[in-house]
Design a protein around this ligand. Structure first.
Ligand code: UD1
Length: 418
């Protein structure tokens, strides 16, 4: 087990560069199984999640995967193992993204049901309903779900909720089905658009990605493609919150400012200014920022993946703010830890009321999941004294070279491994 010690920071130096998006990379790596040749994917973040997705691909039918820095070369094979081992599936929550490519390419897949995680039950019923509409036969039992088909059929699918994972999984499968499939009430996140661009390069015709209706004209055979992963908007948002809590300017490079609109809007409402350039932004913090109300929503609403980090900011803001989490049922895991640091937060179901205090105090705290862990790093920077955060493997699952990037901008962070 590893842990960080972090001291408050009153001066940030220089600039930080944002890595490729974890959530865009995972479905794009999975979709590489669809072609017969080697695909090349650039700007893939070096994280345990992307490494686990590569391992998953290897046991799903990839013949060869080579990494050169942040570039992956993926060569799919002709045959698939068919069954995903439990040890591998439990390492990666997004393992279910392999269903679409395996089913479309090899006609069968057996995978352990994902089960809940720290932030909620996270069922995959919407994915399964979609595959069933495409003609897959689905069996569940003994903790596994098995999908089989002779040939998938194009389908018109209405998602009860604009699930990011279900939209991606179904888009990937539909790309290898001859004919037109339509996904209605689809997710509109930038990661969906990045995936659509990749599938388009592979030969599928895709219309409407980024809107709630996506039309996919798939092909019997897809070719390999070369593609670049978009910058990680959640990593960028986390560094924006770091700049705000340290009350120090920070230039954040390699971002797409358009993807950061809901985050920039909330920071501005707090009184923090953000200058937007073509591929970079600069955060210009203020001495005392105001509390705001936040409601997490599907894109372009405020992202659930930034809720915890903003709660840390609100813990030291002026006034009282309300946070409503509408996407996941159990996403306030950071709250007990923030309370240990002196925050004033009350929870009622999916609502948290955050009453700003002048300063938090450093304590020994626990990272329960990825974004809750990032929130504790931010809180530590606004606290008096040193904070020790354990179980940081959760944090490093989603932030490439986090400790190095923080040290480079002048933050006093040390990593220890027991
Ligand atoms: C993705 C992101 C995650 C982000 C989330 C919401 C990846 C790898 N992860 O997760 O970081 O927090 O989007 O922006 O991209 N649901 C169902 N049935 C389903 C599918 C989802 O009930 O079949 C529910 C979920 O339990 C959750 C909500 O829908 O309450 C949103 O889930 P979804 O959009 O699917 O999130 P993920 O794709 O798992």
């Amino acid at each position: 087990m590893s842990y960080y010690t972090i001291s408050p920071c009153f001066k940030l130096d220089g600039e930080v560069s944002i890595s490729g998006s974890k959530n865009a990379a995972l479905p794009i790596i999975a979709a590489s199984l669809l072609s017969g040749e080697t695909s090349v994917i650039h700007n893939v973040p070096l994280l345990s999640d992307t490494a686990n997705m590569c391992s998953l691909l290897k046991c799903s039918g990839a013949e060869n995967i080579r990494r050169d820095g942040n570039t992956l070369y993926i060569t799919p094979g002709e045959k698939s193992g068919g069954t995903i081992p439990l040890e591998l599936a439990t390492k990666l929550r997004a393992s279910f993204l392999i269903i679409g490519p395996m089913l479309a390419r090899y006609g069968k897949v057996k995978i352990p049901l994902p089960g809940g995680c720290q932030i909620g039950a996270r069922p995959i019923d919407l994915h399964l309903k979609g595959f069933s509409a495409m003609g897959a036969k689905i069996k569940q039992g003994h903790g596994y779900v098995e999908l089989k088909c002779d040939r998938l059929q194009p389908a018109k699918i209405y998602l009860d909720f604009p699930s990011v994972g279900a939209t991606e999984n179904l888009m990937i499968a539909a790309s290898l089905i001859n004919g037109e499939s339509i996904i209605e009430n689809a997710a509109t996140e930038p990661e969906i658009t990045n995936l659509a661009e990749y599938l388009h390069k592979m030969g599928a015709e895709i219309e409407g990605a980024g809107t709630d209706t996506i039309k996919i004209n798939g092909r019997k055979v897809l070719k390999s493609a070369e593609h670049t992963i978009i910058p990680d908007r959640i990593e960028a948002g986390t560094f924006m919150a770091i700049s705000a809590i340290c009350k120090c300017r920070l230039k954040i490079n390699n971002v797409i400012p358009d993807h950061l609109k809901p985050i920039i809007a909330k920071l501005k409402e707090m009184g923090i200014n953000v200058n937007e350039n073509d591929k970079s932004i600069e955060v210009i913090p203020c001495e005392k920022f105001k509390a705001v109300d936040i409601k997490t929503l599907p894109y372009p609403g405020f992202p659930t993946d930034m809720q915890a980090q903003f709660m840390s900011l609100m813990s030291v803001s002026e006034g009282t703010g309300v946070v409503i989490e509408t996407i996941f049922e159990n996403r306030f895991m950071q709250v007990p830890e923030l309370l240990r640091m002196g925050a004033n937060i009350k929870i009622d179901g999916r609502t948290a009321i955050v009453d700003g205090t002048k300063r938090l105090s450093g304590a020994k705290v626990h990272a329960t999941d990825l974004r809750a862990g990032a929130a504790l790093v931010i809180a530590a920077l606004g606290a008096q004294g040193e904070t020790e955060i354990d179980d940081i493997e959760h944090i490093e699952r989603g932030y490439e070279n986090f400790e190095k990037k923080l040290s480079k901008i002048g933050i006093n962070i040390k990593k220890f491994t027991n």
